[in-house]
Design a protein around this ligand. Structure first.
Ligand code: NQM
Length: 391
């Protein structure tokens, strides 16, 4: 098994001999998958190596594997788990495109779709006869997921008939069920806050996300991602909201990090639950992240959230269809209410001086997401040795 290409910490050897790597599409993202043992053990050396593998920093990532967009500049580091209730550990790393940054501050539910198949391909977990379920610990947050996919003749197959919006063709389904997290669904303890003068719902069902009515920012929420990215006044306002919301969510100074995400909400246009435009956090997603969508879906189930007059919610227990620029993403999520004490809504002026204005939170209780599940697909694109740009 791995380790033959790189001795931990030996950058020169990695440059000469390369690093074992599998390139996969996971959902609507693409990334480089590594066994942890094939990478340097020291995080700083590992990150330096990964920047050179992906071709960062460079807006075109022309000298590496990265695809010149945050959604295609991703890495999954996978290892056998030491814990009896988990099969593999999955660390997600977001590699900056034009910045020399490697961030472990968020999960990625899209690359997660490839982790089970990758674990089987690399011999970390034994395939079942016909079907395999892999218990995955997402190292970034400690959250857990169960990924189930077909393994006829104990082999991973990628061909199948499942379509994903934003991905051409069809592929084999990977069913992902997320275990309930220990964190609160509402990081501020409230269904609605005012940040930088804007009503928002801060929610974390696997991805810290700020829900905002598109109309509150004078956009329709149906614009093309490039159009929204080009609007300088919108970018400034979003970053102001993000900084203030990040503080309120307990994320500290979020400058230079990729969370929280910002999801603009508008009425659905294709019989779904809601239309979205999601900033991750500067570029506008061409679709929506899996855990981002899970957070939008759970947030919309909370009484008093900012999308309650925008979304068309299905009945309790029914799947939510989150519309996005290239189609939709269906999320199963049951939110429930724990007996709790949240009662206030804070106001953050965007200056770092949260002032605690009391308003109704829509119930005075603390909601939780009991169950979240999604269907994705993944595909092995390439398996071999990657040669990083020399130091
Ligand atoms: O939310 C993009 C993606 C993601 C993350 C992002 C993701 C998720 O589409 O689970 O998958 O939000 O940066 O891959």
């Amino acid at each position: 098994m791995g380790g033959q290409c790189v001795r931990p910490g030996d950058a020169v050897l990695a440059d000469d001999a390369g690093v074992r790597c599998m390139l996969m599409r996971g959902g609507t993202s693409k990334g480089a998958y590594f066994l942890a043992e094939d990478l340097p053990g020291d995080p700083a050396e590992r990150d330096d190596l990964l920047l050179r593998v992906m071709g960062s920093p460079d807006p075109r990532q022309i000298d590496g594997l990265g695809g010149a967009h945050p959604l295609t500049s991703k890495v999954a580091v996978v290892s056998a788990s030491g814990s009896p209730d988990t099969d593999v550990d999955y660390l997600f790393l977001q590699i900056g495109v034009d910045t020399a940054e490697v961030s472990d501050r968020q999960n990625c539910g899209n690359l997660l779709a490839g982790v089970g198949p990758f674990a089987v391909e690399r011999g970390l977990t034994a395939p079942g006869d016909g079907r395999t379920s892999v218990r995955i610990r997402m190292v970034n947050s400690g959250d857990r997921a169960l990924a189930t996919f077909a393994t006829p003749d104990r082999r991973v197959v990628y061909e199948g008939s499942t379509e994903l919006s934003g991905v051409p063709g069809t592929a084999a389904p990977v069913v992902i069920e997320f275990q309930r997290a220990d964190r609160p669904l509402l990081p501020t303890g409230r269904a609605r806050d005012i940040v930088a003068g804007t009503p928002v719902t801060c929610v974390d069902n696997g991805m810290p996300t700020v829900l905002i009515a598109a109309s509150a920012l004078q956009v329709t929420g149906r614009e093309a991602p490039e159009e929204l990215e080009a609007a300088a006044h919108l970018a400034a306002r979003l970053q102001e909201i993000r900084r203030a919301a990040g503080r309120l969510m307990g994320l500290g100074d979020i400058g230079g990090t990729t969370v929280p995400k910002l999801s603009l909400l508008a009425p659905p246009t294709h019989d779904g639950t809601v239309m979205t435009r999601t900033f991750v956090p500067v570029r506008c997603h061409t679709a929506i992240g899996v855990l981002g969508a899970a957070s939008v879906a759970a947030g919309l189930r909370v009484p008093g959230n900012v999308g309650q007059d925008i979304a068309r919610l299905p009945a309790a227990g029914e799947r939510l269809r989150i519309e996005h620029p290239t189609g939709f993403l269906d999320i199963d999520t049951d939110t429930d209410v724990d007996t709790g004490t949240a009662t206030d809504t804070d106001t953050d002026t965007g200056t770092g001086t949260g002032t605690g204005t009391d308003v109704d939170n829509g119930g005075g209780t603390s909601p939780v997401a009991r169950r979240t599940a999604v269907v994705r697909t993944a595909r092995k694109l390439f398996d071999g040795t990657v040669f990083p740009r020399p130091v």
